[in-house]
Design a protein around this ligand. Sequence first.
Ligand code: GDP
Ligand code: MG
Length: 189
Amino acid sequence: SSDEEGGEEYLFKIVIIGDSAVGKSNLLSRYARNEFNLHSKATIGVEFQTQSMEIDGKEVKAQIWDTAGQERFRAVTSAYYRGAVGALIVYDISRRTTFDSIGRWLDELKRIVLFVSNVDEEAHSDTTVARMLVGNKCDLENIRDVSVEEGKSLAEAEGLFFIETSALDSTNVKKAFEIVIREIYNNVS
Ligand code: GDP
Ligand code: MG
């Protein structure tokens, strides 16, 4: 959409999904506020954070949504996914069960994004969602339970970007979000 000076404004909705305790809330707080919480609980009342970056001299805003403790399978509502053009699908490299869940989260994302775009008259049916597979807690190398190769090959098979991050020591957190935001920008511009 155009602003008054004739330039362009971008606002992209991005969702973070994945099993409980993989570090979704901390990835967001690290990216948006440079904060980490060792004993984080589901944040009550805060649904999303907005963060800006510059691409091609334009201000691009990302509205990043956190499930805030609703991550039981199929408990995440369609309202959460509505309008999303990007997704970070997160597992914990020290807990294999969270990696085993990725297939279900991908199915859920496809099912609901398709459903929402079919019922929502304003949405385009050709909605593309930029998807990043995120192996979080890479600082826990000593208790690693999922190899980098496994993460890479799943991402390749599903056509996702892939990155390992640590919300604790900040490794690749900014990069993970910015790759997704750039990809969305490329998809729409
Ligand atoms: P969520 O349920 O997916 O939102 O997970 P949280 O962000 O609440 O994190 C769950 C737990 O994992 C908390 O105790 C965090 O301190 C911890 N945690 C989150 N990210 C990391 C990380 O990158 N490394 C380590 N070692 N712990 C993390
Ligand atoms: Mg959380």
